[in-house]
Design a protein around this ligand. Structure first.
Ligand SMILES: NC(=O)C1=CN([C@@H]2O[C@H](COP(=O)(O)OP(=O)(O)OC[C@H]3O[C@@H](n4cnc5c(N)ncnc54)[C@H](O)[C@@H]3O)[C@@H](O)[C@H]2O)C=CC1
Ligand SMILES: O=C(O)C1=N[C@H](C(=O)O)C[C@H](O)C1
Length: 248
């Protein structure tokens, strides 16, 4: 039995994870924490794995505390960058047995969409990313869109491609969206949406659109449960659910 603690348990995702863990064979929910709760309860409850769906401003501290306590982490909260990931790697040096997964998106289709975009990127002159979410989301661009743009940019660089063509001068700040490693990322916030992403790739006479839709937070749960089951056998820091999916 894998004993699971959920951090952010009163939130949209945390509450969904609590129900998913309760329903998952071989998993036992031993702690459900939210703002103001003592992280020591995680270790006190004997948790093997902590699942963090909190907020960008606290997730780093949560992961640090879990690593120090020898608790594996499955982290969905966004706001991670190379510096904060490097801090986790450094902290894990004293806890080499602990596994930490930071995944911008646990929806299997989203993971595939990012992989497809990375594969297609070197074959197109232009690429831009549009992410679309519910208006209660606290951050923009989404972690998924940022991760997608970073991987697309890396693939373009590896293929020797130069900057995407763009002769536009912005007459208003933000008109061309955020610039993530030379890839433009646009964020839409709309009541009625959950989580959606489009990657637009363009060449003369054609456009390829790769789109993923999460219509319900249930879409993230198979990936979260899979990661909880696997993280105990994957010490160190892993970034991206794809590394636990044997995609080849
Ligand atoms: N990786 C993925 O597949 C997904 C990631 N996310 C990300 O997960 C995060 C949470 O998203 P939502 O659940 O929609 O947000 P939310 O705002 O509904 O939930 C966040 C919860 O964290 C709690 N919290 C704040 N500080 C805390 C602390 N110090 N300790 C414990 N709990 C604390 C809040 O009280 C709240 O209940 C966001 O960063 C979002 O971008 C969301 C969906 C999927
Ligand atoms: O806040 C959300 O809802 C989501 N956040 C994650 C992100 O920022 O990429 C994952 C998904 O898009 C839903």
């Amino acid at each position: 039995m894998i004993r699971v603690a959920v951090l952010g348990a009163a939130g949209r995702m945390g509450g969904t994870v609590v129900e998913a863990v309760r329903a998952a064979p071989g998993l036992e929910l031993v702690a459900a924490l939210d703002s103001g709760d003592d992280l020591a309860e995680v270790r006190g409850a004997g948790a093997d794995v902590a699942v963090d769906f909190t907020v960008p401003t606290v997730t780093r501290g949560n992961v640090a505390a879990m690593v120090d306590a020898g608790v594996h982490c499955v982290v969905g909260t966004t706001g991670w960058d190379e510096e904060s990931l490097a801090q986790v790697r450094e902290r894990l040096r004293d806890r080499p047995e602990v596994g930490v997964l930071v995944a911008p998106n646990f929806a299997l289709g989203a993971v595939l969409a990012m992989r497809f975009a990375e594969q297609a990127a070197r074959l197109f002159e232009s690429v831009e990313v549009v992410e679309l979410h519910h208006p209660d989301k606290v951050d923009a661009p989404s972690g998924t869109a940022r991760h997608t743009a970073e991987r697309v940019a890396a693939a373009r660089h590896a293929a020797g491609l130069g900057p995407v063509p763009d002769a536009t001068s912005q007459t208003m700040d933000g008109a061309r969206g955020a610039d993530v490693d030379g890839v433009r990322v646009h964020a839409v916030r709309l009541r009625g949406l959950v989580a959606h992403e489009e990657i637009l790739l363009g060449n003369p006479g054609e456009q390829l659109t790769i789109r993923h839709d999460s219509f319900d937070r249930a879409s993230f749960m198979p990936g979260v449960v899979h990661a909880v089951r696997r993280i105990g056998t994957r010490p160190g820091l892993t970034v991206g659910l794809e590394h636990l999916l044997d995609l080849g």
